[in-house]
Design a protein around this ligand. Sequence first.
Ligand SMILES: C[S@@+](CC[C@H](N)C(=O)[O-])C[C@H]1O[C@@H](n2cnc3c(N)ncnc32)[C@H](O)[C@@H]1O
Length: 275
Amino acid sequence: MTTKTSDFPYIHGFSSTEQERLRKQARFSEQIVYRDIDFSHAGNILEVGCGVGAQTEVLLRRFPDLHITGIDFSEKQLAAASANLASLPYTDGRYQLQHMDATNMGFKPRSFDGAFLCWVLEHVPNPLRVLSEVRRVLQPGARVFITEVLNSSFFLDPYSPNLNKYWVAFNDHQLEVGGDPFVGAKLGNMLLALGYRDVRTEVKTWHLDNRNPDKRQEIIAYWTELLLSAADQLIQKQAVTAELVEKMTDELKRVQSDPNAVFFYSFVQATATVY
Ligand SMILES: C[S@@+](CC[C@H](N)C(=O)[O-])C[C@H]1O[C@@H](n2cnc3c(N)ncnc32)[C@H](O)[C@@H]1O
């Protein structure tokens, strides 16, 4: 596919800071994201929205017999994925990357025996269309694993009013650019509507408090980067002011050093089979 897509609307942008954030994110969330993902019976899977290859790297490491075709709509992300994967010792000959729109895939029907999507449907204007394409290119018996956001579940203590204002603007912006920050809760209905079978969803939660202060600190630092990835866009469209961003950043610093802080966020993982 040759469509030029260097600047399609995308809330996080494509800076090198953002690309590094994706790598950190995959490592940081590996334990909880991959706990129930099993591709040990698959040989040739499709990764939709592979970004900088951060999950590709994890998948190839965890499943040594896997070959992955990663697609992404951004050439910048694919260039970073290519450099990242080529630097790893265990990836040689085990992946290919293609520039492609997930809503219009150039693959023949039944090309793959598994599919993996992580944090991508939240960014596409028509997630049903993507899941329909995934179904078309999967062989009967193949499983799909989808991990997606549910941004309404976010809670932070101590209460941080500027952060809450920013979060509303962040989610509104994601909706306005055609994404869906609440898509996780809708995955079950979408998969059923498209005729997938054995549809299962699991709500996975980071609930971090005094039982695990190190992980709590780590996640608040990661969350700060996630929030700030949209700051320039939000300031530019006057959805937030630079002052609000500053106040939010101060609140996050305060929460991070609070001995009784609580971080809570749930996301949804769905799996289903194609027949
Ligand atoms: C948040 S990143 C996640 C990347 C990767 N799955 C991960 O977890 O590290 C979302 C990716 O989806 C890609 N994307 C957005 N819309 C797309 C589309 N229509 N087709 C293919 N990729 C798309 C973006 O370019 C971006 O790389």
